[in-house]
Write a protein that binds this ligand. Structure first.
Ligand code: AGP
Length: 602
């Protein structure tokens, strides 16, 4: 996830762009760049770091001209450094562009362009687009047509801002599966990834759709289809949000916004890793002694990882809280050990200590991380990114489902490499994985019912979340979400454990949330639910089998999905439920008491 912005008008472009980038920083903050045009000459300044530092360091306010584009980056391809920061240019230096998204076929395109004599300066997927347009311009002199030809060769997701020094009157923008919205001013025009970037200047917005590009001039905008070149009629919307509301895209809290972002985040996690996962799986395939270390929600992702590795790759990792591992595991780690660390922030003190310990003992380390350039990524041998984009709410939501997505992809790739699971089944699982964004949208449809349920249960003192097999992790995560933001006591446990103690606490009206997708242990959890029902517990169940409905007080019908993928879908209603309970009880779900987004001390 990155942020892009463009301005054309009478103001000093760099001021508008820098101002807008500050409001887009939530979309990424590892590097920044701005290009402006002054009378047909492009001026570029860019570098790694945050906008507030670079504004001074690079003297961004010196950039001349009334037309320009800017970018705040969240690295996907290439480390966050000065060279990989956007804008990127072609060989002539006449085309500069910024990009939000991922170009899936960039390696193929890059190879072809290198053969044709193009010289690349960065490791990004983005730079390929500048060279591709340059190449198209060799045979098609009309810039707009050359741009269209280039766009039709790209695969992936992209929102682009493009400036061409020979066309002094326009800026070009493109949208395909990454957000783009125009701001319509009086004698000035804006384009950005998100409304807050230009909201102080205009509240008139035009939403650009996938497959469209925009030719922006001071007084006008034209929107066209980049496949056919046909003009598109667009509606101008008047935005009534305050700036604060706009930053949350109209959601009352970041947590809710992040819950709703999950279809997009999971999609990015899939596409962002598709290219690397086999290579990583190959590198780790020889290890039989495997630890998965993490804390909190990331630890729950580790538990899902264990089930996935066990079922698919026939490997049995030991999942341990990093805070325990760092003091207890030293003597059993050696060079034949693989340590997989899961951490959204990449800065959790215990998880970093666990990685360092593993390295000291000669083990191989692989980190699954959201924040690019964070410490975990710098000290690990291998890194897989979750591509969730910045998560601001303290409660982890989209970073969890994307961690699960990456772990699923890794387990599938490993199983394929080791031939431990029938290829046909792996293919079906992979096909379902690609459908997850749709299924997540279905799961989100329970939101209204969950709000009503939260109202009804707001005075309850204890909740029990039960699951079996891979769903034990979902039970633990559902309980953690509830505890951390609603401040209600909740316990997550394997349903088989109920009658070994916790059942003594189930009495009339105590809520028991059963995570029960169809699968290996469905019949077993039905019996566990019956046990709780017999003690007059209030049963809320999540599943896809009608049988459950008969014994539940509340039944949430979930989309049918392979049991191994169910944790990604089933956690969503639990996040929403915890969110509403927190709000109803007057808590701020974005900033729960006593907690921090990243725990950088022991
Ligand atoms: C859960 O909602 C929390 N934010 C917390 O448990 C978190 O998962 C834990 O602190 C680990 O953080 P990390 O993923 O950044 O390492």
């Amino acid at each position: 996830m990155c942020g892009i912005i463009g301005y054309i008008g009478d103001r000093k472009a760099c001021d508008v762009i820098v101002d807008g980038l500050k409001r887009l920083e939530y979309r990424g903050y590892d590097s920044v760049g701005v290009v402006t045009d002054n009378d047909g000459k492009l001026y570029i300044k860019k570098g790694a770091g945050k906008i507030s530092e670079l504004e001074v360091k690079l003297n961004l306010s010196e950039l001349p001209g009334n037309r320009g584009i800017g970018h705040t980056r969240w690295a996907t391809h290439g480390v966050p450094d000065d060279t990989n920061a956007h804008p990127h240019t072609d060989c002539t230096g006449k085309i500069a562009l910024v990009h939000n998204g991922i170009i899936e076929n960039y390696l193929e395109l890059k190879e072809e362009l290198i053969k044709k004599g193009h010289r690349f300066k960065s490791d990004t997927d983005t730079e390929v687009i500048a060279h591709l347009i340059e190449e198209e311009l060799k045979t098609e002199r009309d810039f707009e047509k050359a741009l269209r030809n280039a766009l039709n060769k790209l695969k992936g997701s992209f929102a682009l801002g493009i400036i061409y020094s020979e066309d002094k009157e326009h800026l070009y923008f493109v949208r395909h599966e990454s957000p783009l919205v125009l701001g319509i001013g009086n004698g000035e025009m804006f384009a950005a990834s998100d409304i807050p970037a230009f909201l102080p200047y205009t509240n008139k917005a035009v939403f650009i759709d996938d497959g469209e590009y925009v030719i922006l001039s001071k007084e006008d905008y034209k929107v066209k289809d980049f496949r056919t070149g046909a003009i598109k009629e667009k509606e101008v919307h008047v935005i009534k949000w305050s700036l604060e509301m706009a930053e949350k895209q109209g959601y009352p809290h970041f947590m809710l916004k992040e819950i709703y972002e999950q279809p997009r985040a999971v999609k990015d996690a899939i596409y962002g890793n598709a290219e690397f996962i086999d290579e990583v799986a190959k590198e780790i395939s020889g290890y039989d002694k495997i630890f998965i270390v993490a804390m909190g929600t990331s630890y729950h992702a580790g538990i899902v990882g264990k089930y996935l590795f066990q079922r698919l790759a026939k490997k049995v990792p030991i999942v341990e809280e990093a805070s325990e591992f760092r003091y207890e595991a030293e003597e059993v780690i050696d060079k034949n050990t693989l340590v997989i660390a899961i951490t959204q922030s990449g800065e959790t003190a215990d998880t970093l200590a666990a990685i360092r310990l593993a390295k000291k003992r000669g083990a191989k380390t692989l980190s699954i991380v959201n924040v690019v350039g964070s410490m975990a990524t710098r000290i690990s041998d291998l890194v897989l990114y979750t591509h969730a984009g910045p998560e601001i709410g303290v409660a982890a939501t989209k970073t969890y489902t994307t961690q699960l997505t990456v772990l699923t992809m890794l387990a599938i790739a490993l199983a394929r490499h080791l031939r431990t699971t029938d290829e046909k089944y792996l293919n079906t699982l992979e096909e379902e994985l690609y459908k997850l964004p749709e299924l997540l949208n279905e799961a989100l449809k329970h939101a209204d019912g969950l709000k009503a349920l939260a109202k009804k249960l707001k005075e309850k003192r204890d909740f029990f979340y039960i699951g079996r097999g891979i769903s034990v992790a979902t039970a633990l995560e559902g309980a953690l979400k509830l505890k951390e933001i609603s401040y209600i006591h909740a316990e997550g446990l394997s349903a088989g454990e109920l009658k070994h103690g916790p059942l003594a606490l189930i009495e009339e009206g105590v809520p028991v949330v059963a995570i029960a997708p169809s699968g290996k242990t469905f019949d077993k959890i039905v019996s566990n639910v019956e046990e709780a029902k017999a003690r007059k517990g209030f049963i809320i169940s999540l599943g896809d089998n009608e049988e459950l409905m008969k014994i539940s007080d509340v039944f949430l019908r979930m989309p049918e999905v392979d049991e191994l993928l169910s944790p990604i879908i089933y956690v969503v209603p639990l996040q929403i439920f915890a969110y509403h309970l927190a709000v109803i009880r007057g808590n701020d779900p974005d900033k729960p008491r006593n907690l921090a987004k990243s725990v950088t001390v022991e």
